[in-house]
Structures are given as structure tokens and as C-alpha cells.
Write a new protein. Structure first.
Ligand code: GMT
Length: 373
């Protein structure tokens, strides 16, 4: 098949997922055309069967706001015509599903549109009255719609009152990249006295509740020797750093900023802390599990579908920092329990979220929409 993929190309779960999917589709013999505002993160080298078409938005002085949505639609239509695309697969509804709809109007009905919903396109923007109707329109006009968790499907129905079928296609992990690495030497630098190592990875936005990570770690640290690795950057980072200092945890909390090789940094730690207020899936939880790291998470959105409570980690109510700390200490203090959870995490990541199976699910959806006429 000839497939156009549009996503937000910067760091972020939906962009990562879309890029990895494109690479896997290309490996399986499809031709993939990324139509994005910049080179997708993780697509920085040559891949056979993959092409990149930049969406370059004009900034005339008469435009108060650059017309990205229209430029994207126009570029999608142009690439679809010249490259004879069968379909556009857009990740994140706004504005990608609407731009794809416009492109389809320009090219003709033979161009199919598959939209994947990822999270805040529904859980936040779906409740925004200035966008709600157009998001619903984009979903209804797509030839197929997928969502990354059952929770997100339900939230889409609740927020937008759409009754269009939505396919559940979970996010996936490529186990050729995400597997436990030997990082003992580096770990010893951060935890020289055999301390347990916790890790948090996010974009430090409010929805990630990064302050809860510090509150949880403070309670852990009161009971056992431990270190916390904080990976990523974002608006809440200064507040979280202040909190670290306020609690006198400066020696034990290590801020490593943005990191590219997530499998390596995860492999330095014992447990991932993910106390988010909203998470349609929680790709980083899956990445941790694939590296053999159990997860202590909140029960937000799709997280309980990824992290199995009492099997691959513990799932607690949003904001329950006492509970998260208690479970974290219990887990790392019991080697038998920890080993069992680590093994079950890898098994679940490789089995339920296997990259081959999920890619096949997307291929089946592509074939279905192409055969519909
Ligand atoms: O919506 C966002 O916050 C960003 C979005 C993204 O582009 O990374 O994250 C969402 O999509 C990811 C990939 O499917 C999911 O793993 C995240 O849980 C989801 N974020 C939220 O629901 C907050």
C-alpha cells in the first residue's frame, strides 16, 4: 500500500508511535510518505520505502495566524496525487483529521482517511466548545477511526457523543529496541551505595502531576535509601525542582533533562513512577515494562489497561501518594515479588503490545477501508 502519515513530529507519544509505525510498515514492503511540519523525531536517517514531505507554512503579513491546517491539507492532496497514495493515516484529531478531510475533497473519494485518537485531542480539546464540533466532524468523516485504549474510546463517546465505530488498537513496543540493557556501571554512579532507583519520564506538564512524583519519593526516602532519576523537561519542571529543595532531597533526586535513549535510562532504574492525572495510554509505562521495570501508576484513563495492578506494578487512585510510596517500598523490598513483576512486565509488553501484531491490526484496517467501495 502507499500510505501517507501525518503526526506532530516533535517528541511525544503520538509522534513516536506514528514514526515507529511508519518504519514498521516500510519494513513490511509498504511505501510510507510522512507529511509533517518537520522531520519526525526518530526518523533522522535513511530508511528504504520512507519519504518525508515537509509542510512549509507561509507567513504573509496579512495573516494574523499562519494557516497551517490549510497548508497541510494542500500538501496532503499534492502528495496523494503525485505519489498515488491509497490512504492518509493521521495521528491526533486536531487539525490532522480535518486537513485530511479537505485533502480528500480535493483528490477524490478513492483517497481513504484513517484517524488515530491519542489523548488530549479528545480528553481536553473534545470538551473545548470552540473545537468540539469540528473534532466530531473530523471523526465522523474519517473512513476509519482508531483509539489507543478502551478508556479513550469511552471518553470520545462521552465528550463528543459520536456513535461511529472506533477500533481499539493499542500502542506497541518494538522489542528489538526496548529490552533490559546492562547499565550497572552508570547506575553505580547515581546509586553508589546500592540504593533503590526510581525513575520518572515525562514532558512535565500539569497532567503528569510531577509534583506527586516528589511527594511519593519523599515518603519512599523516609523509609529506605533511594535515588530518583527525573527525565524530561516542561513547564512544571521549575516548580518540581523547588519542591525537591524544599524537602531537602537535592542529594537524592537527579535531573537528567531530555534523553533520547530511553531504553538505556530505564535500564538504570528499578521502578517507574507515573502518577498522571490524564493518560489515554501511557506509552512510557509500556516502554518501562518492556525493559523489565514494574510501574507504580495512577488509575488515570488507559493506564490500568497497560499496567496490570498486582502483576506488572501497582495502580492507585490519582493523588494517592501515600499508597504509591507504600507499594513502591513493598515492591523493591521483596526480591521475589520484584523479580516476578519484572518478568511479567516483559511478558505482557512483548505479548499484548507486540509491534508485529499491532502493525498487522493497522494493516487490516487499511485493507478494510480500501475494500469498502
Ligand atoms: O495528548 C497528549 O498529551 C500528547 C500525546 C502525545 O502526542 O504524546 O499523548 C497521548 O498519546 C500518547 C500516545 O498514544 C499516550 O501514550 C498518552 O497517554 C497520551 N497523553 C494523554 O492522554 C495525556
Amino acid at each position: 500500500m502507499r500510505i501517507g502519515i501525518t503526526c506532530y513530529p516533535s517528541v511525544g507519544g503520538s509522534g513516536i508511535l506514528a514514526t515507529e509505525l511508519g518504519k514498521l510498515l516500510a519494513e513490511r514492503g509498504h511505501t510510507v510518505h510522512f507529511i509533517t511540519s518537520g522531520m519526525p523525531f526518530r526518523l533522522g536517517k535513511y530508511y528504504r520505502n520512507i519519504y518525508f514531505h515537509e509542510v512549509d507554512v507561509s507567513s504573509y503579513s496579512v495573516f494574523q495566524y499562519p494557516p497551517y491546517d490549510l497548508t497541510l491539507a494542500s500538501r496532503m492532496a499534492e502528495v496523494a496525487k503525485t505519489e498515488k497514495l491509497d490512504l492518509l493515516h493521521v495521528h491526533y484529531a486536531v487539525p490532522h483529521a480535518i486537513s485530511a478531510y479537505l485533502a480528500k475533497q480535493m483528490v477524490g473519494d478513492q483517497l481513504k482517511v484513517v484517524t488515530t485518537l491519542h489523548g488530549t485531542d479528545i480528553t481536553v480539546l473534545g470538551y473545548d466548545h470552540t473545537l468540539k464540533d469540528i473534532i466530531r466532524f473530523g471523526i465522523e468523516q474519517s473512513d476509519a477511526v482508531t483509539a489507543v485504549s478502551n478508556s479513550l474510546i469511552q471518553q470520545t463517546r462521552d465528550a463528543l457523543q459520536v456513535d461511529k465505530p472506533i477500533d481499539l488498537v493499542y500502542n506497541f513496543i518494538d522489542n528489538r529496541e526496548y529490552y533490559p540493557r546492562n547499565m550497572c556501571d552508570v547506575r553505580e554512579e547515581y546509586a553508589p551505595n546500592g540504593e533503590k532507583v526510581f525513575i520518572h519520564i515525562s514532558n512535565f506538564r500539569t497532567v503528569k502531576r510531577p509534583e506527586d512524583v516528589i511527594h511519593t519519593f519523599r515518603r519512599i526516602r523516609q523509609r529506605i535509601p533511594a535515588k530518583l532519576l527525573m527525565i524530561g523537561e516542561g513547564p512544571e519542571l521549575p516548580i518540581v525542582r523547588d519542591l525537591t529543595d524544599t524537602f531537602g532531597l537535592g542529594e537524592d533526586v537527579i535531573y537528567l533533562g531530555k534523553q533520547e535513549d530511553i531504553a538505556c535510562v530505564l535500564s538504570m532504574a528499578d521502578v517507574l513512577l507515573l502518577p498522571s492525572a490524564q493518560e489515554s495510554f501511557g506509552l512510557v509505562a509500556l516502554e518501562a515494562m518492556a525493559c523489565g521495570k514494574p510501574v507504580i501508576s495512577s488509575d488515570a484513563g488507559g493506564l490500568p489497561e497497560v499496567v496490570l495492578d498486582g502483576e506488572t506494578g501497582f495502580v492507585l487512585p490519582i493523588g494517592d501518594v501515600d499508597g504509591m510510596a507504600a507499594r513502591a517500598v513493598q515492591l523493591v523490598s521483596d526480591p521475589g515479588l520484584y523479580e516476578k513483576f519484572a518478568r511479567q512486565s516483559i511478558e505482557r509488553a512483548y505479548h499484548t503490545f507486540c509491534h508485529t501484531t499491532i502493525t498487522e491490526q493497522y494493516e487490516a484496517i487499511y485493507r478494510r477501508v480500501l475494500e469498502e467501495d
